[in-house]
Design a protein. Structure first.
Length: 151
């Protein structure tokens, strides 16, 4: 059981870590050339939350089923699951489409010489940046709940 807990914690860290980098890579005030580079880096980093998050949920369910943690309806267990699902909805439903739109504009050959983002792309960047901050806050809340285990 100790190995499963260790694996669960490790994949959770691997899952949330690159999300923190999203706030740095997709910050609001940077040059377009930096943003082009950072959008491509973030696209590569997005594999870690998808894999790590999925494995964290699977190992978390295994821990609840085979450990002595009690009912899934405890605030810390159920709340963590709800927060994780909220993060997934934010990432899949809001961040990914906005980031994809921004990436398409940045990488389009007609925009290679541009030195400023148009207002719609500035808005998309601000949206993505703010949503990454929200996902970090929710992710850290999950970690706090897992450590403190409020009843």
């Amino acid at each position: 059981m100790k190995w499963l807990v260790l694996f669960h914690v490790m994949v959770s860290i691997i899952g949330i870590g690159p999300t923190i980098f999203g706030t740095i890579l997709l910050r609001k005030h940077q040059t377009i050339s930096d943003l082009r580079h950072n959008v491509l880096l973030q696209h590569k980093l997005d594999y870690f939350p998808k894999t790590g998050g999925t494995l964290a949920v699977i190992t978390g369910i295994l821990l609840v089923l085979f450990g002595s943690y009690g009912s899934i309806l405890q605030i810390w267990l159920f709340g963590s699951l709800v927060l994780y699902l909220t993060i997934q909805i934010i990432v899949i439903g809001f961040i990914s489409p906005a980031l994809s739109n921004l990436q398409q504009w940045l990488l389009h050959p007609d925009n290679r010489a541009s030195t400023q983002l148009p207002p719609s792309q500035i808005s998309a960047l601000h949206k993505v940046s703010n949503l990454y901050w929200l996902t970090i806050l929710l992710g850290l809340t999950i970690f706090v709940m897992m450590i403190i285990k409020p009843t």
